[in-house]
Design a binder for this molecule. Structure first.
Ligand code: SAM
Length: 209
């Protein structure tokens, strides 16, 4: 994700169904949230902020990523969508992030957790950044039972994708957490968040600060 070729391959891949699914899930779970300040942690090419911004005209998103190459892709996508006034890009690696406590009305993150060497500081940062009552939606890959099962998922969902992306997907599946591991991570927080397996390769954590 740090090099331009990897970022470009990721930005060109077709994540439309997964990303729109994230947005639809957020809106279905938090129908009263129609605007405010949201942060997207590990925003990548910013497809989710663009889609959520389209659905919620009152939304301002701070989209955070540690990779300059990925943020260059995000900048292009935001400009193409005409969304620049409502999506601010910030280059930062978490944890921690350069924002004060309770800075955001909603916290989003997709496919970041498995990149982090230690997941607990991520969850503590989610807790720190959210104002009381803020909606939280975090999604990531779920680790399959074996490397063979991971290969099968790559074939099923990424057969026609760039080889760089296929290898990244395989390694990401093996680096990911299971829902049971995520529940143990969440038990260290003072928040009551649910973790559910929502597809053959994703779990979702949702709840309120
Ligand atoms: C798999 S991509 C997901 C991108 C986007 N959320 C999506 O759903 O398409 C993971 C992103 O997290 C970023 N990332 C990895 N570790 C990070 C860290 N410690 N802090 C901030 N961003 C990080 C990577 O640069 C990459 O853009």
């Amino acid at each position: 994700m740090e090099n331009p070729a990897g970022a470009r391959a990721y930005a060109r891949a077709d994540f439309a169904a997964v990303n729109q699914g994230f947005v639809d899930r957020f809106r279905a779970r938090f129908p009263e949230f129609v605007g405010g300040r949201a942060v997207d942690l590990g925003c990548g090419p910013a497809d989710i902020p663009v889609r959520l911004g389209r659905a919620l005209p009152g939304l301002q998103v701070t989209a955070v990523d540690g990779s300059a190459a990925m943020l260059a892709e995000a900048r292009r996508a935001i400009a193409a969508a005409g969304a620049a006034p409502r999506i601010a890009l910030v280059r930062a690696r978490l944890p921690p992030l350069p924002f004060p406590p309770r800075a955001f009305d909603a916290i989003l993150s997709n496919s970041l957790l498995h990149h982090l060497p230690d997941p607990l500081p991520f969850w503590h940062e989610v807790e720190r950044l959210a104002r009381p009552g803020a909606p939280l939606l975090v999604m990531d890959l779920a680790r399959p039972a074996s490397p063979a099962a991971a290969r099968a998922l790559v074939e099923l969902h990424a057969a026609v994708e760039d080889p760089i992306l296929r290898e990244d997907f395989y390694r990401s599946l093996l680096a990911a957490f299971t829902p049971e591991e995520v529940r143990r991570q969440l038990a260290t927080l003072s928040l009551r968040l649910e973790c559910a397996l929502v597809s053959d390769r994703h779990w979702v954590v949702s709840g309120r600060r």
